[in-house]
Design a binder for this molecule. Sequence first.
Ligand code: NAD
Ligand code: DAU
Length: 348
Amino acid sequence: MQKSILITGGAGFIGSHVVRHFVHTYPEYRIIVLDKLTYAGNLANLADMEGKANYFFEKTDIADETAVSEIFAKHRVDAVLHLAAESHVDRSITHPLEFIQTNVIGTANLLNAARKQWTSGDHLFYQISTDEVYGSLGAEGKFTEMTPYDPRSPYSASKASADHFVRAYGHTYGLPVVLSNCSNNYGPFQFPEKLIPLMINNIIQEKPLPVYGDGSNVRDWLWVGDHVKAIDLIFHQGKNGETYNIGGDNELSNLRLLHILCDQMDQKLDKTQGTARKLITFIKDRPGHDKRYAIDAGKLKTELGWRPETNFENGIEQTIDWYLSNREWLENIISGEYMHYYQQQYHT
Ligand code: NAD
Ligand code: DAU
C-alpha cells in the first residue's frame, strides 16, 4: 500500500537518519521532508537522498498555518513523524521564545492540520519527544512512562507542552497519536553544539574542552541507529494513544564520557595518551542543569521486542571515524552562525 509520510525536521541530526532509513526500507512509501532549514537543518545531511523516486523535500516552517495545510493537501499526507524542533538546551536558556514558537505553536499547528484533513482513513501522528520532560533524577531510579512530567528548562518545558497537545488532540478529537521519549542520541550528522561533536571538534582543533560544573552530571547515551529502529517499530506497531520510553542502558557521567572520548581521539590522531585530556576545562555550570537522566525502556522491550544493539565503545568509535572523515561537513558548519554562537556561549 502506498503511504505518504511527512517527516518534519528531516534535515536535522536524528531526522536525516530516520529519512534515510524510511526511504531505503520502504520504497512503497512516499517520504516528504518538511524542514525550515534553521541553523541545525542541513541539506548536506540528505545529499544521498537527492533523486530517489520516493523522496520529496519542502522548505517550510511548521508554525506556518497556510503552508503546512497546503503541504498536507498537496501530498495527501497519511502520517506524520514529527521531529522538527529547536533542540538545544543552552539556546533555550538564552532564547526561550523561539522554543515556544517552534516546539509548542509549531506542533499545535501540525496537529490542527492533521485534524482538519484526516476525516477518514488510516492515519497516525507520531510525536518524537525527549526524556527531559520527566525532570531530573537523583542517584537512584529510572524514568518510566508513568513518571510525572517535571520539565525544568525552557527546552524541556516546550517539549512537555507539545506532548500534552498531542495527547489532548488524541483524547479530544480522536486523532490517532503515539509518542516516544528518548534519551541522549549520538552518531554522525549531529550538530557540533551538542556535547560529543563539540568535544570531537575541539580536540581536532586543540581547543579547551568546556565541561559544565564538575562533570558529574549523568546522561543515558543511545546510538542514533538504535533510536531509528525503535521509531520504525513504534510507527508500525505502537498502540494508539500510547507512550514508549527509549534509552540506551548506558549511563555515563560527562567526565567519564569525555575520558573515553579523549583516549580514543588520541589513538585516532596518533597522539600520546593523555594529550586530549589535558584540554579538559571546568567552566561555569549550565543554569538549572539537570543532574541525571536514566530511562527504563522495559515497555518497548517487552511489547515490541526492541533492544539497543550498538554498545558505546563501538558507537563512539564509529562516530569519531565519521567526524574525522567528514571534515568538510564540519568545516562548513563551524563558520558563521556557529562561531558567533560559540563565542557568546563560551565567552571566547
Ligand atoms: P536538530 O536540532 O539536529 O534538528 C532539528 C531539525 O528541525 C532541523 O533540521 C531544523 O531545521 C528543523 N526545524 C527547527 N525548527 C523548525 C521549524 N520551525 N519548522 C520546520 N523545521 C524546523 O534536532 P535532533 O537532535 O535531530 O532532534 C530531533 C527531535 O528529536 C527533536 O524533536 C528533539 O526534541 C528530539 N530528541 C532529540 C534527542 C537528542 O539526543 N538529539 C533525544 C530525544 C529526543
Ligand atoms: O536527553 C535527551 C536530550 O539530550 C535531547 O532532548 C536534547 O535535544 C539533546 O540536546 C540532549 O540534551 P542535553 O542537554 O543532555 O545534551 P547536551 O549535548 O547539550 O549536553 C549533554 C551533557 O553535557 C549535559 O549534562 C551538559 C553537558 N555539557 C554540554 C555542553 C554542550 C558540557 O558539560 N559542556 C558543553 O559544552
